[in-house]
Structures are given as C-alpha cells and as structure tokens.
Design a protein around this ligand. Structure first.
Ligand code: PA5
Length: 441
C-alpha cells in the first residue's frame, strides 16, 4: 500500500504545528466526505472507482479491442484534463518510448496550437491505419476542435464518410456541446464524461480509460488500486490518513513561506505524471491570490540543471519525492577486467539500487541544506500502484484546497485568456471585448 512518510520533515515541522492544523484538515476532509464544501457538484470522482457503470466499462473494453484490431495508430485529441491523465499513465507504465515498442501507437494532439506538431502527426498517420478518440467535456475547446477538424478531414479523405465514421470515437458530456451534437449527427460511438467530474479529475473515467485500455494497460488493476486507496481514505478525517497528512504538510509549508512545491521522481517516465500533477494542483488551488506553485523535477537528470537551485537558491521550496520500491527487471553494472573507467566499485550493483542511493543521497543533501522533503512511497511501478497514487493525489488536492479556503473544483481564471483570444480572432459575440482590447493598445 502507498505510504506517505514525513520522517524527513523533523526539524522543519514540529508536532505542535501538525496539532495546530489537524482540526482544519479534519473539517476539510469531512466536507469532502459529506459533500458540503464549495464545488460539491464536482466531486463525482470521489466514489468513481466504486460506482463505475459496469456496462459503460464493458463497452470501453470492447471498443479498445476494436481500435487495436482496426488500426495501428490511435490519435487522442484533447487538452488539459482531457489528455494529461491518459498520457501520464501510459508513459509511466510503458515508458516515454512506448510507441517504439510494438503494438498500438498512441499519439496525443490537439493540446496546443502548434502547426508544426500537427503536421508531424499528419505525416506519421500515413504509416498505418488510424483511429481517433476526440475528448472534450465542454465540446467547444478551441485547440482540440481545430485538431479534430483537421484529422476528421484526413480520415474522410482516406476512408470516405462511412469509413471515417467507424474510426471516430468521441468522449464528451452526456448532452451539451458541439461535439455531442456532431457525434449524434454523424453517428460516432460516444462515451460520457460524468457531469460531476471536472477535467483534471477525469483520468479514471472514459477520458483516460479508453485510450489506456486501447494501449493495453490493465485498467482493472488501475481502478482496483484507486478503489483500495478510496476505501482506506474516505472515512478517515485524521492525519493518519495519508492524503490528509500530505494536505496538512502542503498547507503548513505555505504558512511558513514555502510557496513552491517540487514533485520529484527519479524515473524519467514519470515526467508526464508531473505535468498531470501540475494541472491537478495548479488549477485546483491557484486562485483568490493564494495557493502553492506546483513544479516538478526529474532527477538525476535535473540535478544537473535545477539541483543547484534546489540545494542553494531562494528558500521558497519544499520537495515531495515519489519513490517506487521496485522498478525494472534487475539490470546490473557488469565488471570489466581492467576497470578502464574506474567503475568496478559498482560492479554487481543493480541500476535501480544505484538510483535509490542517488535518491537517498540527494534528499538528505537537500534536507541538510534547509529544504524540507517528504516522501510518497509506492511499492511497484505497475497499474495497481498507479491507481493508488492517482486517487491519493486527487483526494489530497481536494482536502488541501478546502484547507486553503478555495473551491478546488472550478477554474474561472482559465477563461480570461480565452475571452481575449476569441475577441482577437473575431469570434461572433466577442465584439465588445475586442473594442476593449484595441483601446488598450
Ligand atoms: O480541468 C479542467 O476542467 C480543464 O483543464 C479541462 O480539462 C480543459 O480545459 C479541457 O476542457 P474540455 O474537456 O472541455 O475540452
């Protein structure tokens, strides 16, 4: 089972400080449990692993099989919560080079407005048959909408109207939005994003499960890890509950002036999980002029770029290490007869053990240098443990946000740039905004 270890925080946080926040955390945890907090119409993710619609789940598995049979490439079109979770889990479990390892290739697009990236993916499409999973809860987000227009056109030209229809799968809201309407008109197979689950909490809905199942990820194990974490945490409002303890540490850190959290992992394949974590916490907590700035590092790589700052820079940082007890299949450093590179002192040691020692050495150097560190310990790098980790982080995020005093489930701040962009692109209905923007120039 996942553990959250605060042993290394001795000297940074006192028992008194933990005592001082435990009532607030208990209240936040109870608000989540009882559905009495702000944004409580968006806490559907909380019970999802236990109540997932079995029929919808069976359809996801069948469709995943069909995608694998009909295509060598799956394009996942979506942005923010509509792609980060599935990409993060896929890369964590299959590695950043998953598309070079055989089986269905999964490419993510529609998550930027870069023509270069889209052109690259279009070029790749000719190498195999292609299916598309377009994902948008609102069904109106500009980036995936543009990408869908382009790739739908590609499919129609290549397979015809009828043929393209069988290759397009839409994951969207049950009733609203352009994508729902379009899917109805064209007969695309659709999957529902529950109305009470926001984008960044949606990885364990069809948003994440369909692409992951298509890629061969064991979604049963993923959901079962999440469900086990739900069971141990849903009714416990104390600091024994690991997600409550993590929420407490984050809030105490902010109160002592540590406003930047770095989520650290010593596995490069964790990189996109870091991006998912940044969205989850950044969009949930960064509002009303408060919140921690969530950032990530992948060590040891980033020790050679950010390590100096972590050890010795401005004292605004605390670190949370995600550690996997078992990774890989035991590759070791072999001995060389003439020890030409002086590395024989490592001969026989597994690379994983060396990585773990690097991690221990780094975290104690940072602690001694005045940077508080705590550790999320996962037993193995597999589906089950990933499910646990996802649920742990989602729940911690909700409790941490409530403790901060914000609504963790809205994201009004994201709308400001969209308004300006629509105005400058002459979208009907934004004429007044355009006038305002031009007056400022
Ligand atoms: O967490 C969120 O709600 C957002 O980040 C959305 O996931 C993102 O904006 C994409 O929205 P949509 O799925 O409506 O296209």
């Amino acid at each position: 089972m996942l553990r959250y270890d605060v042993g290394m925080l001795d000297g940074f946080l006192t028992r008194g400080e933990f005592d001082s926040i435990k009532e607030e955390i208990a209240a936040a945890s109870a608000m989540l449990r009882d559905g009495t907090g702000r944004g409580n119409d968006f806490i559907g993710w909380r019970d999802l692993p236990a109540v997932f619609d079995r029929e919808e789940y069976a359809r996801i598995r069948d469709t995943a099989r069909r995608i694998r049979e009909q295509s060598g490439i799956l394009l996942v079109i979506g942005i923010g919560g509509s792609y980060l979770g599935s990409r993060a889990v896929l890369e964590l479990l299959r590695g950043e080079l998953h598309n070079e390892m055989g089986g269905l290739k999964v490419y993510f697009t529609g998550n930027s407005l870069s023509p270069g990236d889209m052109e690259d993916i279009l070029r790749l499409c000719d190498s195999s048959d292609v299916s598309v999973n377009v994902i948008s809860k609102s069904g109106t987000t500009t980036e995936p909408a543009i990408a869908f227009r382009i790739f739908r056109d590609y499919l129609i030209k290549r397979y015809g109207e009828e043929g393209s229809r069988e290759r397009i799968y839409a994951t969207t809201d049950r009733t609203g939005g352009t994508l729902r309407k379009l899917s109805g008109e064209h007969g695309y197979e659709t999957f529902v994003i529950p109305g009470d689950v926001g984008g960044r909490f949606s990885v364990l809905t069809p948003v994440g499960l369909l692409p992951l199942a298509a890629a061969g990820i064991d979604t049963d194990a993923l959901l079962s890890g999440a469900e086990d974490m739900r069971k141990v945490s849903c009714d416990d409002d104390t600091l024994v509950n690991p997600s409550n303890r993590y929420a407490a540490v984050r809030n105490l850190m902010l109160r002592t002036g540590k406003s930047v959290e770095i989520l650290i992992c010593f596995e490069p394949r964790f990189r996109m999980m870091g991006e998912w974590y940044k969205q989850l916490f950044g969009e949930s907590e960064g509002k009303e002029h408060t919140g921690l700035f969530p950032s990530t590092c992948v060590f040891t790589s980033d020790l050679h770029s950010m390590g100096q700052f972590c050890q010795d820079g401005t004292r605004i940082i605390f670190e949370t290490l995600v550690k996997f007890a078992q990774v890989g299949s035991g590759m070791t450093v072999h001995p060389e007869e003439d020890d030409f590179d002086g590395l024989n002192y490592l001969a026989g040691k597994s690379i994983h053990d060396i990585n773990t020692i690097a991690s221990d050495a780094t975290m104690s150097a940072h602690t001694e240098g005045g940077v508080p560190c705590s550790v999320i310990e996962c037993e193995k790098l597999d589906e089950y443990n990933t499910g646990e980790l996802i649920y742990f982080l989602e729940r911690a995020c909700a409790v941490s946000g409530y403790t901060l005093g914000v609504n963790p489930f809205d994201q009004k701040g994201v709308e400001a740039y969209k308004r300006n962009m629509f105005a400058l692109l002459d979208k009907p209905g934004y004429e007044e905004d355009k006038k305002r923007l031009l007056e400022k120039k």
